[in-house]
Design a protein around this ligand. Structure first.
Ligand SMILES: Cc1cc2nc3c(=O)[nH]c(=O)nc-3n(C[C@H](O)[C@H](O)[C@H](O)COP(=O)(O)O)c2cc1C
Length: 301
């Protein structure tokens, strides 16, 4: 019997559903036993999000400041898992606070140490730099990352910002005004997540995990648009400045968070379309650099 653990956190259920569908091919086989471990912060984050709480989560999220999480069951802590699936979402270009808190905890050191891990991302579309952070956290916990798959919203960037805000703050995964696309990862992609479970299962049975990520890349299990990489890198620099600034003085936090909100909206809806045009016009000059960056972000090392 081989043991698999699925570690996840999920507010809307999207990340959980993707993880469950992905692992389905293993559920169908008798020789695999699957446990699920849901990360539970001592004080969980409310869903739907209140606008103020949403932006207020930014500095701790970006600076990867952990919160206390509930202890996993003894069975989870004491089983030697043959494979661990870490299904997580991105908050402010960083693994979400609950996931970051787990990865930094003593529990993670016990559960992940010397284990093979496959990360499964479910987010809007900006995961490149967050996955670099996650790789470091997994390494620090003693885990061995062997694969990564990213599920994203394929709608144009600004449309996906509008629709995800409608979903996260309204609580319903439906079309804003009846005309915008449905937010989040497409239903079809969620349903077909098992396709990657089948790849993992085949690679396991062929004893060929070394080539797992190669196959995930070939089947577009990870894909980043050049402009998204560019924005992610630039925004990380700005977020570093903003989060440090907000955390500096507790008394002025509220007003600084409000300014951050306006900054973010202007950066997204005014500045980013202008930069996009410049980026598009100069893109032939960047082909080599983009290839290099993609191979860095797609890699599990
Ligand atoms: C506070 C917050 C910040 C987010 N920031 C990002 C982000 O920077 N990049 C991104 O692609 N998605 C971002 N998302 C979307 C999430 O990654 C995720 O897709 C969504 O919250 C659904 O996940 P769930 O399974 O927890 O419900 C953010 C969501 C929240 C709640």
């Amino acid at each position: 019997m081989k043991n698999i653990l699925v570690v996840y956190y999920s507010q809307t259920g999207q990340t959980k559903e993707i993880a469950r569908n992905l692992i389905q091919p293993f559920e169908d086989k008798k020789q695999y036993h699957i446990d699920y471990y849901q990360i539970k912060p001592e004080k969980d984050y409310a869903f739907p999000w209140d606008g103020k709480d949403f932006y207020n989560a930014f500095p701790e999220s970006f600076q990867q400041i952990p919160v206390s999480i509930k202890k996993p069951e003894e069975k989870i802590l004491n089983t030697d898992y043959d494979l661990i699936i870490l299904a997580y979402q991105i908050w402010f270009l960083t693994p979400s606070i609950p996931v970051n808190s787990f990865l930094k905890s003593e529990f993670a050191k016990k559960i992940l140490h010397n284990r093979k891990i496959i990360s499964v991302i479910s987010c809007r579309n900006m995961w490149a730099k967050a996955q670099v952070k996650t790789k470091t956290l997994i390494k620090n916990a003693g885990g061995n990352l062997i694969g990564n798959i990213a599920f994203v919203d394929h709608a144009p960037n600004l449309i996906s910002v509008i629709t995800i805000s409608h979903w996260l703050m309204g609580g319903k995964k439906d079309k804003k005004y009846g005309i915008f696309p449905t937010p989040g990862v497409a239903e079809e992609d969620i349903k077909n997540a098992s396709k990657y479970g089948e790849i993992i299962l085949r690679k396991w049975e062929e004893n060929d995990f070394q080539n797992l990520q190669k196959e995930i890349i070939a089947t577009k299990g990870v894909y980043l648009k050049p402009f998204i990489i560019f924005m992610d890198e630039k925004a990380n620099k700005m977020f570093q400045i903003w989060s440090t600034f907000i955390l500096k003085n507790k008394k002025t936090r509220k007003v600084k968070v409000r300014f951050f909100k306006y900054y973010l909206l202007i950066a997204l809806f005014v500045i980013s379309p202008i930069i996009f045009v410049i980026f598009f016009l100069t893109s032939p000059l960047r082909k080599k650099a983009i290839r290099k960056k993609r191979s860095l972000y797609y890699s599990v090392n």
